[in-house]
Write a protein that binds this ligand. Sequence first.
Ligand code: DOR
Ligand code: ZN
Length: 346
Amino acid sequence: MQTITLTRPDDWHLHLRDGAMLRAVLPESARHFARAIIMPNLVPPVVTLADAVAYRGRIMDALPEGMVFEPLMTLYLTEGTDPADVARAHASGLVKAVKLYPAGATTNSQSGVRDLARVMPVLEKMAEIGMPLCTHGEVTDPQVDIFDREAVFIDTVLDPLRRRLPALRVVMEHITTEEGVAYAVEGGDRLAATITTHHLILNRNHILAGGIRPHYYCLPVAKREKHRLALRRAATSGNPRYFLGTDSAPHVDALKEHACGCAGCFTATNTLSLLAHVFEQEAALDRLEGFAAQNGPAFYGLPVNGGKVRLEKRPDPCVWPKGIVTENGPVTVFDPGFPVYWHVAT
Ligand code: DOR
Ligand code: ZN
């Protein structure tokens, strides 16, 4: 039997939600991951240091006995964000990044940024103190085709911002295009990109051909096959500028299978097995540890984890529950559409 042992990985982009949903999904991540960057797009959002401290407390309270997990908190950037609060959050050590949601770009982004000029004092402070900015990199202009929104964001928002504030450290979250792959390596150690598990597996045909598949709908939406292939090359390249951020984003089935379905793929349960499958297909199993456990901490200036996880390639395919149970209804677990033989053994 083939086995691989990895440093315990981290998830550099995760949605845990709150309340009953938090209690249901947290064990799915904590089972395999030591730490995660926790997205702040709650309703209302996690805007201040005090919000982040309170949310962190709720996450720790929801962690089942015996599980070890460290939430790395983020602040949701609004046009009212106070630079001094961001500086205090950075100094506290509990908050690792500030998240930019262009208003209207995605789930719970209504409180996000409409005019970047209004948050410039915050961004200047972040550049000064070394607080990273995590970007949801899509423009919201309805004139721009949804499949072009990432590339247009890079050209019209991100690149001008980085020219204006070269010291600002930026994580391009969940890149989905070859343009994103190319741009992410242009900024040396001040720029990096996360890649999700599902964007290594899906192209837009998976969502739309032969019937609409709401559980494959997420934002940024999966693109053409050539972009998926560029993401696979990037993730498996060994380049430290790319690392795992699953963007595992639970929504109850009733809101996914809906006339106006929510965006998000719930991959926390099976991400590690799926990644082993993808990296093996790319003849890069030896680079999985870098992608999932080393490159992220290097960018964020954190130590790599002490523990290990072992994966075993067994003759029988993995069997995951179709969904997980929450008090609000079931949440479908991401179905890759092919059998996967890499089982997480520990
Ligand atoms: O698919 C997504 N789901 N993309 C996002 O940007 C947000 C996330 C969510 O919170 O559901
Ligand atoms: Zn997300």
